[in-house]
Write a protein that binds this ligand. Structure first.
Ligand SMILES: Nc1nc2c(ncn2[C@@H]2O[C@H](COP(=O)(O)OP(=O)(O)OP(=O)(O)O)[C@@H](O)[C@H]2O)c(=O)[nH]1
Ligand SMILES: [Mg+2]
Length: 341
């Protein structure tokens, strides 16, 4: 699974970067003929220390900025999540500040090395190097908050729930207790993964299954697509917006037996509500718990939702039809998308 934020290395704190730069600069080795005058040796030694500190600090910061995925190019799902967690504009200006600092470090290194040429004593050469290290340290220290923020962005982004936004995805929806988790467990080839959104404590459950050699992804988000719109908080809406970036369809599960405490009419209201929220997605409805539903309940569900695939997920009934239904619908969506491209 490719994840654009995987390549971002561990972000050092400002102090760690300063210490690393200073330590390695003092260990810089320069080989010089023994007979050189002391002042020449001092100048070469101090120049090597300055260059090493520049290479370690600016080099590290440049790599950090470069390793960050291009915000314009990442999948919109990741861009949405970045917008929610830290803000795309904030992230861009933070990366811009780090890049600017790199340029300033390179500049002051150059000018310190050229001042070294005029040093007349080893003591003066050492003083110039110390002045450089002081300026370098304060430049890096100014990035302290940016580095902390970048570290937290990295932590959140590299462990996102939607493992693969390019994989055809079935997003499960329906009131609590309708049997969504039962379906994920029953059709997933392995134990479904459980992750949390970086901005809420809500868990996202991702399962994978295979149809004719093709891997499909099934996503269950307890507590997210199971309530009417007006009861949701802003972050929940943003989570739904991120979710809506996943390519695929919504499988709406109805508990026809009404044993979850919601009438079929309640469930239809939720369905209508979600259709408005996820307006770009195709919806496919499934009737679950038909093993404990009365003929009247089934007839009512059919009069409200039309004819739908009947399941009894807990007993393993209707799972084949579920898989067939969603994979055919996903195929249709795919060919429609490739025709419109
Ligand atoms: N009789 C019957 N019970 C079922 C069926 N499918 C699920 N159940 C039961 O219904 C209960 C709720 O199922 P879940 O799969 O946890 O429902 P859910 O939609 O994931 O619920 P939340 O996670 O709370 O949103 C469990 O006790 C299941 O065993 C079914 O087809 N028939
Ligand atoms: Mg569940």
């Amino acid at each position: 699974m490719r994840q654009p934020f995987e390549k971002v290395p561990t972000v050092l704190t400002a102090e760690e970067l300063i210490n690393k730069s200073l330590r390695e600069s003092m260990e810089a080795e320069v080989s010089m003929p023994q007979k050189l005058p002391a002042i020449v040796k001092a100048k070469r030694r101090e120049a090597a220390r300055i260059k090493t500190a520049e290479r370690i600090s600016a080099g590290y910061l440049e790599r950090l900025v470069k390793s960050f995925p291009s915000i314009e190019k990442v999948h919109p799902f990741y861009r949405d999540v970045l917008e929610i967690t830290f803000g795309v504009a904030n992230t861009k200006s933070l990366l811009g500040r780090i890049s600017r600092t790199c340029r300033v470090i390179r500049e002051i290194s150059r000018s310190s090395i050229s001042s070294l040429k005029h040093a007349s004593t080893p003591g003066e050469a050492a003083r110039l190097r110390r002045v450089f290290m002081g300026r370098l340290s304060s430049l890096i220290r100014e990035l302290e908050d940016d580095l902390i923020a970048l570290s937290s962005i990295r932590e959140k982004m590299k462990d996102l729930p939607a493992a693969d936004p390019d994989m055809p995805t079935v997003i499960l929806a329906g009131y609590p207790g309708v049997g969504k988790s039962t379906i994920v467990r029953a059709i997933s080839s392995a134990k479904p993964e459980v992750r949390s959104y970086p901005f809420t404590t809500k868990e996202v459950i991702i399962g994978h299954f295979e149809v004719k050699g093709k891997r499909l992804q099934i996503v269950d988000t307890p507590g997210l697509l199971d309530r009417p719109l007006e009861k949701r908080s802003k972050t929940e809406m943003l989570a739904i917006s991120a979710l809506s970036r996943l390519p695929g369809l919504v499988a709406f599960i109805v508990d026809v037996s009404e044993s979850n405490g919601f009438t079929i009419q309640d469930q239809k209201s939720l369905y209508d509500d979600l259709k408005k929220t996820l307006s770009a997605h195709e919806f496919l409805t499934f009737f679950n718990k038909t093993d404990i539903s009365t003929p009247l309940q089934i007839a009512t569900a059919e009069s409200i939702f039309g004819s739908c695939t009947k399941m009894a997920a807990a007993k393993g009934e209707g799972l084949e039809e579920f898989i067939k239904g969603v994979s055919e619908a996903l195929e249709k969506i795919k060919s429609k998308n490739s025709n419109s491209n």
